[in-house]
Design a protein around this ligand. Structure first.
Ligand SMILES: Nc1ncnc2c1ncn2[C@@H]1O[C@H](COP(=O)(O)OP(=O)(O)OP(=O)(O)O)[C@@H](O)[C@H]1O
Ligand SMILES: Cc1ncc(C[n+]2csc(CCO)c2C)c(N)n1
Length: 269
């Protein structure tokens, strides 16, 4: 029996919002990146206490959010889904989009002088420093549009998981999510089986792992070595509602997101 603390994980942010059932008390900030919005974006938006667009992510909210509500007036939707903050180096946001949200009262932070960190980095630092990010109740961060697309951007997005290992960050696309499992903890991952899985992976992207042990997977590891160039756990399958992971290295956990059960009809704006 290890003395390490357990870190709990659950993708309950993919469940239709019901404040009465929201017993986990987890508070989220949402960062919208500059890629097509996943179909469950309105749901994540409603879960979030703080909503940011990373530079060109604002174009996506402006252009694509109204498409989720074809029977409603586009302007009414844009007014309803107002980002709290737009932050980045501002080389991708369109002038008309910037003007629209400035008029609505969105806070705009232009950091064009910093060409060494990504717009996602810049947004994460804003959230970490926010007064909403209380010591007793840290914000978890959801980032949409982080995967698929340009590989240099994807690598930069994965890098933020390692830059801020003490911040709970989930990278999302329409197809899957990725998060870091720090070696400092044992991990219990509670699977929302109606919404996620069964495909999953455990990937030692930063450093090799001499010993990883899991339970609840079709191909469990038992003090198994994983490294790039050797074995890494891809195309694994979730077998139980609870997965446990313990490793001597930080690992990436990834799980597929199901196409069913996340349609726009499933939530009330
Ligand atoms: N194709 C993509 N794949 C993955 N992530 C992306 C992609 N495009 C943008 N992003 C994410 O969205 C953020 C904002 O995108 P934006 O296009 O505004 O960035 P950028 O700094 O102008 O990028 P670049 O100048 O390298 O094209 C990026 O920092 C990145 O995290
Ligand atoms: C070694 C090195 N490689 C690339 C960049 C360029 N870069 C990295 S993040 C960023 C901002 C993107 O919004 C830019 C332009 C750099 N500065 N240093």
């Amino acid at each position: 029996m290890s003395a390490m603390d357990v870190m709990l994980h659950s993708s309950s942010f993919l469940l239709p919002l019901n404040p009465v059932d929201d017993t986990t008390g987890t508070r989220y900030a949402l960062i919208v990146l500059n890629q097509s919005l996943p179909r469950f974006t309105p749901l994540l938006w409603e879960h979030a206490k703080l909503r940011l667009c990373a530079d060109g992510g604002a174009n996506r909210i402006y252009d694509e959010l109204p498409l989720f509500f074809p029977h409603e007036d586009a302007l009414a939707i844009r007014n309803r889904y107002k980002p709290d903050v737009i932050k980045g180096d501002m080389d991708s946001i369109r002038r008309d989009v910037l003007d629209f949200y400035v008029n609505l009262g969105t806070k705009v932070i232009d950091e064009s002088q910093d060409q060494d960190t990504t717009d996602l980095d810049k947004c994460i630092l804003y959230i970490r420093d926010s007064t909403l990010n209380q010591e007793t109740s840290r914000l978890h961060i959801l980032a949409t549009g982080a995967l698929g697309g340009r590989f240099d951007h994807e690598a930069g997005n994965l890098n933020v998981l390692y830059r801020y290992p003490d911040t709970r960050i989930v990278l999302l696309s329409d197809d899957c999510l990725i998060q870091l499992l720090p070696k400092s903890h044992r991990h219990e991952i509670h699977i929302q089986s109606s919404l996620e899985g069964p495909h999953c992976g455990l990937i030692p992207i930063g450093t090799p792992s001499a010993k990883t042990t899991t339970s609840g997977l079709k191909w469990d590891l038992t003090n198994t070595e994983m490294r790039f160039g050797g074995l890494i756990s891809t195309s694994n399958l979730v077998k139980e509602e609870k997965i446990t992971v313990e490793s001597d290295s930080d690992l990436l956990w990834t799980i597929s997101i199901k196409k069913t059960g996340l349609s726009i009809e499933d939530h009330t704006p």
